[in-house]
Design a protein around this ligand. Structure first.
Ligand SMILES: [Ca+2]
Length: 405
């Protein structure tokens, strides 16, 4: 069944929304899925792997139909946090490899830092992938009060390790645990499913939040990215067993990964509800780049869009994205057909946070306009790109953690 057939095909219109004052800054929650393809959410029409929690947010919120990200993880996250094209950050070439002495330029002020200055409590969970060669590059030095997650591009779903082949004869394999609380390695959680760990942490952040202050929570999930190459996708057997009707075993496991991701979204939503924070929350569910469609790796789907992640085709860049918020006061779901890019989040959310009297009209204007970065930021700098890795550039502090276990 194509869910879209059930939805009136309407543009978001400012005039639709009623003005209603809200004297508090809104809580901002971003769930950033990894390598989730356009067709990997069932609200986009393909029912093989149901994503009921994500669909419920989409069908009670605003579906950003023409949302575009970047082609890979690092550039997407750099753009998200700065509102700048990855080419302006020196992050457009590829992803940051293990131990690489590069990252988001420290001169950049991140979205978390900006929200922090506006009085937000800021928490990050999951994947960073914006550099960790010095402590100043870590999330807790880039605007986040807390960080619970991993620093490289992936970890094993159960063993939380990162594995990478290198071109260094003396150290051909870069391997170790990659799970941190702040800058401290997490120990004693081996064998626990990563999506469960991150969900537990999100619940902890929400349920312990001081509601006299607004919350910014950035939850960058491992799903539906692959883990290490020798065990690319993993999900709890009882979850995978729900998808016996899917013939190919790898696609069946992928369904389990997606199902766990969807359950996590539901759990985060429920925690916000339990804490009585929902009414003043703007909740976004967004992918960083398109799906990996190789059956031996990710087995995602970008249909009907062409191409895989790591390409410049639509399948790599045109992504699932939605906004849900009671502040929108929607009586019906809305599909926003306007072009929106990952660089638009920072100015959009900053404008939302800086407006002390938030109204429905204001929120709708923000979404309707999808504020352009160039209208908000100063003339962007151009950074020299440093993506080559040499022995000398192999770093120290966190590399040691990686090989310690
Ligand atoms: Ca990705």
């Amino acid at each position: 069944m194509n869910l879209l057939l059930l939805i009136p095909f309407l543009f978001l219109e400012v005039t639709y929304l009623k003005a209603q004052e809200n004297t508090q800054q809104p809580n901002i929650v971003i769930v950033y899925a990894d390598d989730l393809g356009y067709n990997d959410v069932s609200y986009n029409g393909y029912p093989q792997i149901p994503t009921p929690n994500i669909d419920a947010l989409a069908l009670n919120g605003v579906i950003l139909r023409n949302y575009y990200g970047e082609w890979l993880c690092t550039p997407s996250r750099g753009s998200l946090f700065t509102g700048k094209y990855a080419s302006r950050l020196g992050l457009h070439h590829s992803v940051i490899k293990g131990g690489e002495d590069s990252g988001l330029p420290l001169e950049e002020i991140t979205l978390a830092q900006r929200l922090k200055t506006l009085g937000y409590d800021t928490h990050m969970i999951g994947k960073w992938h914006l550099g960790y060669s010095t402590k100043e590059r870590l999330p807790v030095f880039r605007g986040f009060d807390s960080f619970y997650g991993y620093l490289n591009g992936l970890i094993g779903y159960y063993d939380h390790t990162y594995y990478q082949k290198t071109d260094i004869p003396s150290k051909p394999i870069y391997f170790g645990k990659d799970l941190y609380n702040g800058s401290t390695p997490v120990k004693g959680r081996d064998g626990e499913y990563a999506t469960h760990l991150f969900t537990e942490q999100a619940e902890h952040v929400i349920l312990n939040h001081d509601t006299s202050k607004p919350l910014f929570m950035y939850m960058a999930q491992l799903a539906a990215h692959t883990g290490n190459f020798y065990r690319p996708l993993e999900a709890p057997p009882e979850t995978v067993s729900k998808f016996k009707y899917i013939e190919h075993v790898n696609r069946r496991i992928y369904a389990g990964v997606l199902s766990e991701l969807d359950d996590s979204v539901g759990a985060v939503f429920k925690a916000l509800q339990k804490k009585d924070m929902l009414e003043n929350t703007v909740f976004m569910f967004v992918s960083d780049n398109g799906g990996e469609v190789d059956p031996e790796l990710g087995f995602g789907s970008n249909f009907p869009l062409r191409g895989n992640k790591m390409t410049l085709w639509e399948g790599s860049l045109h992504l699932p994205a939605l906004i849900w918020s009671p502040l929108l006061n929607l009586n019906e779901s809305r599909i926003c057909q306007q072009f929106m890019h990952v660089t638009d989040w920072l100015p959009t959310l900053y404008n939302l946070a800086v407006t002390l009297v938030v109204s429905m009209l204001r929120v709708s204007q923000i979404i309707n306009n999808c504020y352009s970065s160039s209208r908000f930021l100063n003339q962007p700098k151009i950074y020299n790109s440093k993506i080559s890795v040499t022995n000398d550039q192999r770093i120290t502090m966190f590399t040691e953690f990686l090989i310690e276990f």
